[in-house]
Design a protein around this ligand. Sequence first.
Ligand code: BEZ
Ligand code: FE
Length: 286
Amino acid sequence: MRNMNESNITEEVLNTIEHTQSPRLKTIFTAMIRHLHDFAREVELTPQEWFTAMDFLYRAGQISSPQRNEFILISDVLGVSSLADMLSDRGADGATETSALGPFFVEGAKMLKPGGDLIESNEGEPGVVMGHVCDQKGQPIEGAMLEIWQTAHNGLYENMDPNQREGNLRCRMLSDKDGVYRFTTVKPVSYKVPEDGPGGDMLLSMGRHAWRPAHIHFKLSAEGYRPMATQLYVEDDQYIDEDAVFGVRNSLAVGFKRNDSADEAAKYNLQAPFWVVEYDFRLRPA
Ligand code: BEZ
Ligand code: FE
């Protein structure tokens, strides 16, 4: 191992991982070492530049906490999280596409019955979101668990904002016997991902912004089906085609349709004008 040079060091390193026990881990280590070495050769990486990269990761670790994982944000803004979602969606054949879970999910939100209300005392434009949870062929699934969360009018999630009460704009709900889910809420707004850490520095140095188009998060699970996380996006949001974390898919950009009928609004205990979103989720078998 002494006669190493820039051409043979990669093979030397690869030789040392030959006894990796897990075949999958061996595949991953091999590709990672190859790509990292090729990357260094391609950009003619200097030791100072590599130190800057290591310092960047160190700072990401320092700003991370149980409430905030900067590494996930970095992966998101580089499109790697979305790419992994896309790879796992292969062969989905009509099932709902995945879109980042994101860092703001909280377990164990309050249970609402279908038709329940998330608006409570929130400011914003009222509306109703409804549809079915189905299998890939469109057959309704009874008792599917939906976990739902979104930001308030100020673009903040409840757990990032001391001025919101705990659990605000979050709920869980079981689809009814016809697979139906429904809840009233306020229209989500576009917001920025956290910019005060190395993830934000990276966005800035790339000349990019931190905005995400307005969306509502859903986590879905049902006995016999593959659990998934996705988001419904406001189709005409100004950031719909420039999401900082590459989460938008055509099939997830939905119309928030304005309805001016007082009679229709009353059906949902709302006042006109209100907006309506209809969306059927389709789950893959486990
Ligand atoms: C979110 O939508 O909550 C989110 C997703 C990825 C990164 C940051 C935030
Ligand atoms: Fe979000």
